[in-house]
Design a protein around this ligand. Sequence first.
Ligand SMILES: Nc1nc2c(ncn2[C@@H]2O[C@H](COP(=O)(O)OP(=O)(O)OP(=O)(O)O)[C@@H](O)[C@H]2O)c(=O)[nH]1
Ligand SMILES: [Mg+2]
Length: 451
Amino acid sequence: MIANDTIAAIATAPGQGGVGIVRLSGPRAESILTALFRPARADLPRLTSHMLTYGHILDGETTVDECMAVVMRAPRSYTREDVAELQLHGGQLVCQRTLALCLREGARLADPGEFTRRAFLGGRVDLSQAEAVMGLIAAQGEQARRAAMAQLQGGPSAFIRQAAEELYGIQAGAAACIDYPEEITEEEAASDLLPRLLRLADTLDNACDERAARLLRSGLRAALCGRPNAGKSSLLNALLGEDRAIVTDVPGTTRDVLEGEIQLGGLPVRLIDTAGLRDSDDPVERLGVERARRAVREADAVLLALDASRPLTAEDRDLASSLPSESTALLLNKSDLPALVTQAQAAALLPGAEVMAVSALQPDTLAPVKDFLRRRGCLTDALPLTQPRHMEAARRAARYLREAADTLQTSAIDLAAVPLMDAQLALGEITGDQVEEKLLDRVFSEFCVGK
Ligand SMILES: Nc1nc2c(ncn2[C@@H]2O[C@H](COP(=O)(O)OP(=O)(O)OP(=O)(O)O)[C@@H](O)[C@H]2O)c(=O)[nH]1
Ligand SMILES: [Mg+2]
């Protein structure tokens, strides 16, 4: 699986920037660089590994750009192969032309993620860590960055390796019974292995964190709902700090679902304004209400807007009682006006939910709302597995373990060896210890070129 050709790509993002980097990796990285690069100090015998050298890129007699060059000789490099990089001026034309020169000298254009794929194949990182590189690049918020960094430092890998160790122990126990039936009977082996199998299956299932996975992938989804005119759109605008939604004193102003995003403590929060919930004969409004209900169902957090300047209605009560108390905050809006609803009356609508007196006209009053959203999206207690690919493989391993447990209970122990091996293979997919080329293609196709 180890490649012997040399790949090249532009490693920096397209567009204009201070610096643009062309990167090479493979056995000919240094010779290709040397063919294009002339150091300013002509007396330099050879580039020193890991040291920047100033000079120029030449295409025959033409000077293409002024640049810094570096070689990082194997194995002390990102890919564990010889790597060379040219730091050029960050213009597309300069980078493209330099890349074309590298290709002319014999490099091949790198596939997406191919540098990191080589880092994996070279044993520098495992597969989960390689994925974390892309997670770091794609991170939209501080929390996603932190999770990707923990993954790059091997958090999930350590968890999976520990599970794999325990599974090896179980497999060894089963093998001992098969190989030395006179030493250990099947009953003895089964009574030792069965609880261990079930415990390990539970450990794997319980390590999967769907909520964290969703939050990391798309941030927190918070739906603003409530009866018409409660001030949902005004609250959306105030939280976003921009005039996004139309606000009028006509009940039923918002018809469709409207979204906007804010960052709260490193967490991207998607705020969703919805149509006021009420029975209506108007088909357009009815569709809006349907969409509103769906948005509320799919949300991680719900902000129920109540108009504190008017008495509560049956609609408020029905709506509140349909919401999950732990993920809902009741916003007593219009608190700048004389209040007709007390906090206690609001709290009685949905016991357990937090109540906050706010005013869309006074942004300072929204601090507790932001704090509530931050808490709902907090991931400090996230479980080890938060990547869909990892969770799927861990759950598959757990299923095989339960299958092995069933087999132990009902038939001969040697039949359990097959699902035990399948479980081990599934765990190996996460770290890449057991991996097929097709899986690698899938993982690395999601990368950008040049990484
Ligand atoms: N005094 C006061 N008026 C508010 C406040 N929030 C909203 N309003 C007013 O209440 C009316 C309705 O506001 P919207 O934000 O359109 O209410 P909505 O809940 O989105 O209404 P629909 O889209 O019809 O469901 C407007 O006249 C707003 O100016 C507030 O905190 N204080
Ligand atoms: Mg509205």
